[in-house]
Write a protein that binds this ligand. Structure first.
Ligand SMILES: [Zn+2]
Length: 433
């Protein structure tokens, strides 16, 4: 699973017999950057080794606390004296504390160590069509400060993000901040920390994370918004403990984030998960991507709304403006009246999800977006998936509604920033972001 998955760094460490093996533990989701950073000091750099050991011990504590020094030494395969030194430094830094005695297995009772969960923070930033959201998030993925700043002009995206981060840092202590995680739509250049092209937002070549890094002197990383939401659900929501799952977002557009063996599957160019452009009608309606009959053209909200209106339902007049699309779809799908528009949509989405399951074999598919509060609709999708896979004689994974809703994106941006900065987060129940 994502946050409490097996401590692979420790295994790597014991196999390689070098402290640098632990660098692998610092980078659970993304390949090279963290590893290169941890190795940059070279084998003879004592400071770098000590820093790596501290991170390893802290990572272990975040996952397992409260534990004793002896338990940590056993689990990370470092000598007791190395652990004692690393713990002393972490206590001096205020990140770790002693919390009393544990059970004895014969001798003296061991002293247990816990994490000061509020001693490190990240700033999570999400760029959306009409707003920039930003939150100050601790190691338990909890936030006591979130800002949602309206984006009146889309071209102000960078300036508004900078304002949001500046306000968070003014109101909280920048001393405890370790990095900034940015979630953004479209094609990204992760190395450059930039949005390359988010066509439907009109954003081209916006160095969103890079500019935040330059302005505030904190490392910043960018990830696709749907991928970030998948990370958030995996760490603190419906994907907890799953390890392999697909996160599907159906809203104005359709996308997916794939988590395989506890990691985001990004693909060679970082563009994996374009589920909306899966062909479900080979000669169907033309799509902006250049293809035809894409799933997005059949199940995204504007198309569903048009379908509902063709059946005589003026969606916009059904609810107060701005009406709640989720509540509307919940009501329509659970009413006794047969709703052909929604049944058709569910069948089309079911066809797409059956293909996704055949391709990626997830433990579950998490469905978020306009249909996530419509259990009857999700049941129809599930039935269509089962029908399309009935000859395969296999268990069909469940389709689960997302648990975090819109907060998944910020939670995931925070998870990413902690992981990329060499820490990790441990969500507590009832995550607030
Ligand atoms: Zn397309």
């Amino acid at each position: 699973m994502l946050c409490r998955r097996e401590f692979r760094g420790a295994a790597a460490l014991s196999e390689q017999g070098t402290a640098y093996g632990s660098a692998q533990a610092t980078d659970l989701f993304f390949g090279q950057k963290g590893i290169l950073r941890a190795m940059a000091g070279g084998a003879g750099d004592l400071k770098s080794i000590q820093e790596t050991n501290r991170r390893l011990v802290l990572q272990m504590l975040v996952k397992q606390a409260p534990v004793s020094r002896a338990t940590i030494a056993r689990m990370v395969q470092l000598s007791p004296s190395t652990i004692t030194n690393a713990v002393a430094e972490l206590i001096a830094d205020g990140v770790v504390r002693e919390v009393g005695a544990g059970d004895s297995s014969g001798g003296r009772k061991p002293i247990l160590l816990d994490v000061n969960w509020g001693a490190r923070h990240v700033l999570a930033v999400s760029a959306e069509a009409d707003r920039i959201s930003a939150a100050w998030v601790n190691l338990q993925l909890q936030s006591d400060l979130r800002l949602d700043l309206a984006l009146e002009r889309r071209e102000d995206c960078l300036a508004v993000a900078q304002e949001a981060v500046a306000r968070l840092l003014r109101e909280r202590s920048p001393r405890t901040a370790v990095g900034i995680g940015v979630a953004a739509p479209g094609l990204l250049d992760r190395g450059k920390g930039a949005i390359v092209n988010a066509a439907s937002y009109g954003w081209r070549d916006i160095p969103l994370a890079a500019a935040l890094e330059d302005t505030f002197g904190l490392p910043a990383w960018i990830e696709n918004d749907v991928n970030a939401a998948a990370l958030g659900e995996g760490c603190a929501g419906a994907g907890r403990g799953l390890g392999d799952f697909a996160y599907v977002l159906v809203d104005n557009a359709v996308g997916a984030g794939l988590v395989v063996d506890g990691r985001l599957a990004l693909g060679a160019m970082g563009n994996a998960g374009e589920f909306g452009h899966m062909t479900i009608d080979w000669n169907g309606e033309e799509c902006a991507c250049g293809g035809r009959g894409c799933l997005e053209r059949s199940v995204c909200w504007p198309v569903v709304r048009r379908r509902l209106e063709e059946e005589g339902l003026d969606a916009a007049r059904e609810e107060p403006v701005p009406y709640d699309r989720r509540a509307l779809l919940h009501r329509l799908s659970s009413s006794r009246r047969e709703n052909r528009a929604l049944r058709t949509t569910a069948a089309m989405l079911g066809a797409g999800i059956a293909s996704l399951i055949n391709l990626t074999d997830p433990r579950a598919v998490i469905l978020e977006g306009v249909f996530s509060r419509a259990p009857a609709f999700i049941d129809w999708v599930q039935a269509e998936v089962a029908r399309r896979m009935r000859g395969l004689q296999r268990d069909v994974p469940p389709i689960l509604p997302g648990e975090l809703g819109d907060a998944a994106t910020l939670a995931g941006a925070a998870v990413m920033a902690f992981e990329r900065s060499g820490l990790s987060a441990r969500a507590v129940d009832g995550v607030r972001v």
